[in-house]
Design a protein around this ligand. Structure first.
Ligand SMILES: Nc1ncnc2c1ncn2[C@@H]1O[C@H](COP(=O)(O)OP(=O)(O)OP(=O)(O)O)[C@@H](O)[C@H]1O
Ligand SMILES: O=C(O)[C@H](O)COP(=O)(O)O
Length: 394
């Protein structure tokens, strides 16, 4: 990588503003998957051991510029403290006088976590004043938030213009591994795209169609394609204004000779719950009052076969609502196929896909689990990541 890393600078005694991606799944105030916290430990430990005052900043969820109680980072600070085996203080704000006072009390090697940076409207707007306010807290900026590197926000991009700015160890590793896998992809090259963030992901499909041999669609994303093919989707997730786009992707796949796979059958439910009534139906038969929450068994078999015959697979987004056991089978079958395909280089991107693989105890069978969802996709598309571009060159 041509960007300076934390190893290229002296941080002893310095206040280091370290942006991490602690956007972790939570339930009832508890962190339910700590992959992203663990992934940030090497940089945090390195900075602390070098005698820096480590000021961590992260977003959590999408609070839209205001304080949301359930999205405070307090449970994350607690878990981080346990993992580090040292006290991690947490502030109730992410900048300002109270935060400065708290930082003033830090000793070399101490670790502090700021409040969710997305509680401020300026964060996502990359507001120059907010970036300056963050910068005032520190002497050095370290970006270790690979998962948020595709966002040009005040704490991922703006701040880098006000301080010496370098990458963290996780950021460096992600760029290195993903870069190597993609510079000369082994073929057949398959991308599996699922999950719920239809708006975010539908656009990347366009670019992936330029690169892959097979494109597999699953998760909530699939129903915009099902609708585009003229079928009713009942209460399933649907992005009405992306239907034409979905159709144009199907046409582009044909034109490019890319094999395009979407569900042929699905599991529908009469309620978004574990207790719901469910049935397997073909995609032509989704009932009006029901919601498709997983791919069906025939689809799973087809997807497994494609995976088995691929040399490189990138996977972003679960095939169904895997958090509920009733709708976890499709995601599990994809994860199992990847685990069994020992000749296939498997790259898992996305907080939830990584959580799914972890849940099924298959994490150690994957070649690389990226901490980035959208970030890994955009990187793989060849887009520049603003959070990386803004760092100092070597
Ligand atoms: N058919 C479906 N209907 C509704 N929600 C779905 C469906 N399939 C999957 N999901 C939900 O999608 C969510 C994950 O989507 P998301 O797009 O956030 O994926 P991701 O892997 O976490 O990627 P990223 O890191 O970009 O967030 C899961 O919580 C899952 O329950
Ligand atoms: O989960 C992610 O992909 C990152 O933390 C970025 O989150 P965002 O999609 O809300 O910007």
């Amino acid at each position: 990588m041509n960007k300076k890393s934390v190893k290229d600078i002296d941080v002893k005694g310095k206040r280091v503003f370290c942006r991490v991606d602690f956007n972790v799944p939570m339930k009832d105030g508890q962190v339910t998957d700590e992959t992203r916290i663990r992934a940030a430990l090497p940089t945090i430990q390195y900075l602390s051991e070098q005698g820096a005052k480590v000021i961590l900043a992260s977003h959590l969820g999408r609070p839209k510029g205001q304080a949301v109680e359930e999205l405070r980072l307090t449970p994350v600070a607690k878990r981080l403290s346990e993992l580090l085996g040292k006290d991690v203080k947490k502030t109730d704000e992410a900048y300002g006088d109270a935060v400065k006072t708290e930082i003033g009390t830090m000793n070399d090697g101490d670790v502090l976590l700021l409040e969710n940076v997305r509680f401020y409207p300026g964060e996502e707007k990359n507001d120059a004043e907010l970036a300056k306010s963050f910068a005032e807290l520190a002497d050095v900026y370290v970006n270790d938030a690979f998962g948020a590197a595709h966002r040009a926000h005040a704490s991922t991009e703006g701040i880098a213009h006000h301080l010496p700015a370098v990458s963290g160890l996780l950021m460096e590793k992600e760029l290195d591994v993903l870069g190597k896998a993609l510079s000369n992809p082994e073929r057949p090259f398959t991308a599996i795209i699922g999950g719920a963030k239809v708006k975010d992901k539908i656009g990347v499909i366009d670019n992936l169609l330029e690169k892959v041999d097979n494109l597999i669609i699953g998760g909530g994303l699939a129903y915009t394609f099902v609708k585009a093919q003229g079928h009713e989707v009942g209460k399933s997730l649907l992005e009405e204004d992306k239907i034409d786009l979905a159709n144009s992707f199907i046409a582009k796949a044909k034109e490019k000779g890319v094999n395009f796979y979407m569900p042929v059958d699905v599991i529908v439910a009469d309620d978004f719950s574990e207790q719901a009534n469910t049935k397997v139906v073909s995609i032509e038969e989704i009932p009006a009052d029901w919601e498709a929450l997983d791919i069906g068994p025939k689809t799973a078999e087809i997807y497994q076969d494609v995976i088995k015959n691929s040399k490189l697979v990138i996977w972003n987004g679960p095939m169904g609502v895997f958090e509920l056991e009733t709708f976890a089978k499709g995601t599990k079958s994809v994860a199992q196929a990847l685990a069994d395909a020992t000749d296939t280089y498997s790259v898992i991107g996305g907080g939830d896909s990584a959580a799914a693989v972890e849940k099924f105890n298959l994490a150690d069978k994957m070649s690389h689990i990226s901490t980035g969802g959208g970030a890994s996709l955009e990187f793989m598309e060849g887009k520049v990541l603003p959070g990386v571009v803004a760092l100092n060159d070597k």
